[in-house]
Design a protein around this ligand. Structure first.
Ligand code: 5GP
Ligand code: ZN
Length: 110
C-alpha cells in the first residue's frame, strides 16, 4: 500500500487539517511555506495521468474544498501545485495537490 494510502487509513500518523468521505488533507512533513497542506483523494489514483471519467469527481471535490481548507488555514492567496510524474518531481505516486501560502511566494515558473 502506498504511503498516502497508509496515511489515509491511519497506519502512518499525520497532522490532519480536513477530512470527509472523499478526501483527506494534512500538513506536509517538510513544509516549503508557513502553510503547506497536501490534499489527496481517499481512493488511490497514481497521478493526473490516471484521472478519468470515473474518478474525476474526487478531483472536482478537492477543488471544491481547497478554498475552505485555505480559509481555515488563514490564507486567501495561495499556490496549488500538482507534480505529475518523476521529471516533474512527483515522489509519492498517489495523486496530491500542494496548497502553499502564508508568505509572498517568490520566483515563478508560470
Ligand atoms: P511530491 O514531491 O510527490 O509532489 O510531494 C510529496 C510530498 O509529500 C513532499 O512535499 C513531502 O515532503 C511529503 N511527504 C513525504 N512523506 C511524507 C510523510 O510521511 N508525511 C507527510 N505529512 N508528508 C510527506
Ligand atoms: Zn495510495
Amino acid at each position: 500500500m502506498c504511503l498516502f494510502c497508509e496515511i489515509i487509513n491511519g497506519n502512518v500518523p499525520s497532522d490532519k487539517v480536513y477530512e470527509d468521505n472523499m478526501i483527506y488533507a494534512f500538513r506536509d512533513i517538510n513544509p516549503a511555506a508557513p502553510v503547506h497542506v497536501l490534499v489527496v483523494p481517499k481512493i488511490h489514483i497514481d497521478s493526473v495521468n490516471s484521472v478519468d471519467a470515473k474518478n474525476s469527481k474526487y478531483v472536482a471535490h478537492i477543488f471544491e474544498k481547497i478554498p475552505e481548507i485555505a480559509k481555515k488555514e488563514g490564507i486567501e492567496s495561495y499556490r496549488i501545485i500538482c507534480n505529475c510524474g518523476k521529471d516533474a518531481g512527483q515522489t509519492v505516486m498517489h495523486l496530491h495537490f500542494h496548497i502553499l501560502g502564508g508568505v509572498e511566494l517568490g520566483e515563478k515558473i508560470l
